[in-house]
Design a protein around this ligand. Structure first.
Ligand SMILES: Cc1ncc(COP(=O)(O)O)c(C=O)c1O
Length: 375
């Protein structure tokens, strides 16, 4: 049987990986500035992660959510401790799309409304409601167009007020730093404004932190820069460092009822062990601080290259913008210099999403490669 052909594959087969490096079956060593799409947060095959996961597997890997799994409470408490978001409850899922799907479902249950406001250039995943709030017609089927969604530009208060004032909006969903869309960010003033308007109009504000969460932005959550408290926070990706796990943090004024949500795999023992390992490593190795330090170094070093027009994003969720399409450069970085980077909906942009324990010397490797290719 062949694979259903949906990915444009690079001809590389990894055999193993260690911290910020991936090795292939041909004996090549690649610097991973992509983190498997912002997933590898604490480094590939981190010894603490391996030890904890092995030990958990030797106890119990999975049981369903109809009996108590105390590891889920441990995850919740550690997220509260590290993020400072203490007025929330957690529901686990297996991916970012599912987290957003659940968030929208909760918002609709809570408000008894169904319209959604999302933003231009957004990406929220590949399930039905997540695709409906994603601003990319090419990946939507007719099914995803059944939900009533209004797309608005970041920072357009007038259009936003126009829509939310109609009173039929259950949720506003936004990325504090757009990932797939190309690293654009709303202004703090606008984020505070939409947060206030959501409260006035009985609308849930959903922060999609699937890509930017768990320290990647230099704060535990990227929305924290704006000093707001969303009604629902969606998490996944770096949360499990490669183990498929996601979830929603739900503010305590939103009430649950039995049977409201459900999942077979979400929050299983092994998933919780992955999240607890990630949180343990983030704390022990001070990785949120490292995100900020390396961002500073990155900006100083890379901005000295003339053809880099702009460095977008925050922490270790960065984009290099050029005034030419970046696809060829990305290929050269992979095949000639052995450096993984990411593309984006903005064709002139290269995305940098490394493990959070990356070092300055790794940034120097990118700098030297860009110097060769761009001068
Ligand atoms: C902001 C954001 N939300 C949701 C998703 C979907 O996550 P997943 O692929 O785990 O379903 C992504 C994936 O890139 C994302 O960047």
């Amino acid at each position: 049987m062949n694979l259903f052909n949906v990915y444009p594959l690079f001809n590389i087969t990894p055999s193993h990986a260690k911290m910020c490096y991936v090795y292939d079956t041909e004996g090549n060593k690649y610097l991973d500035l992509y983190g498997g799409h912002a997933v590898i947060s604490v480094g590939h095959s981190h010894p603490t992660y391996i030890k904890n996961m092995n030990s958990q597997l030797n106890k119990i890997g999975f049981y369903s959510n109809y009996i108590i799994n105390d590891l889920q409470n441990k995850v919740a408490n550690e997220i509260i401790k590290q993020s400072g978001c203490d007025d929330y409850k957690i529901f686990f899922s297996n991916s970012g799309a599912e987290a957003n799907e659940n968030a929208l479902q909760i918002a609709s249950f809570h408000t008894n409304k169904s319209k959604i406001i999302a933003f231009k250039n957004s990406f929220h995943g590949r399930s039905n409601a997540s695709l409906s709030v994603t601003d990319n017609e090419k990946i939507k089927s007719l099914l995803n167009k059944q939900i009533d969604v209004k797309f608005i530009d970041f920072n357009n208060k007038i259009k936003f007020l126009d829509e939310i004032s109609k009173g039929d909006v259950c949720a506003v969903i936004f990325e504090s730093i757009q990932g797939v869309g190309g690293l654009d960010q709303p202004d703090t003033e606008f984020v505070k404004y939409i947060s206030k308007q959501c409260k006035i109009h009985n609308t849930c504000l959903i922060a999609d932190e699937v890509q930017s969460g768990f320290g990647r932005s230099g704060d535990f959550f990227a929305f924290q820069k704006h000093n707001i408290s969303p009604d629902i926070i969606c998490i996944a990706k770096g949360m499990g460092n490669g183990f498929p796990v996601g979830g929603v943090l739900i503010k305590s004024h939103i009430k649950s009822h039995l049977g409201m949500l459900g999942t077979t795999f979400g929050g299983n023992h092994l998933a919780c062990s992955a999240v607890l390992s990630v949180l343990e490593i983030i704390k022990k190795e001070n990785l949120i601080n490292n995100s900020k330090l390396i961002e500073k170094y990155f900006r100083k070093k890379i901005s000295s290259i003339k053809s880099v027009k702009k460095i977008k994003g925050r922490g270790l969720m960065l984009g290099l913008e050029f005034d030419f399409e970046a696809a060829d450069l990305r290929k050269k970085l992979i095949f000639k210099h052995k450096i993984f980077t990411g593309g984006s909906a903005n064709k002139n942009l290269l995305r940098i999403l490394p493990p959070l324990n990356i070092e300055k010397k790794d940034i120097d490797i990118l700098y030297n490669a860009l110097k060769i290719e761009l001068s």
